[in-house]
Design a protein around this ligand. Structure first.
Ligand SMILES: [Cu+2]
Length: 66
């Protein structure tokens, strides 16, 4: 199992945080998700592909800084 850290831009409140978490949890292979709103960081564990994780965040309306 691996860990992926994404820098997420565009989240402004707790609602955004929950939206991002939900989107990431929906990606196949994801075991757990932790989003830190202040740090603009999402920590994902599991065997999901990074590209799929990025797509989920973008589809939710936010962006990922590579
Ligand atoms: Cu918000």
């Amino acid at each position: 199992m691996s860990q992926t850290i994404l820098k997420v831009e565009g989240m402004t409140c707790n609602h955004c945080k929950m939206r991002t978490e939900k989107a990431l949890q929906g990606v196949s292979g994801v075991e757990s998700v932790k989003v830190d709103l202040a740090a603009k960081e999402a920590v994902i564990t599991g065997d999901a592909e990074r590209a799929q994780l990025v797509k989920a965040v973008v589809d939710a309306g936010y962006s990922v800084v590579e």
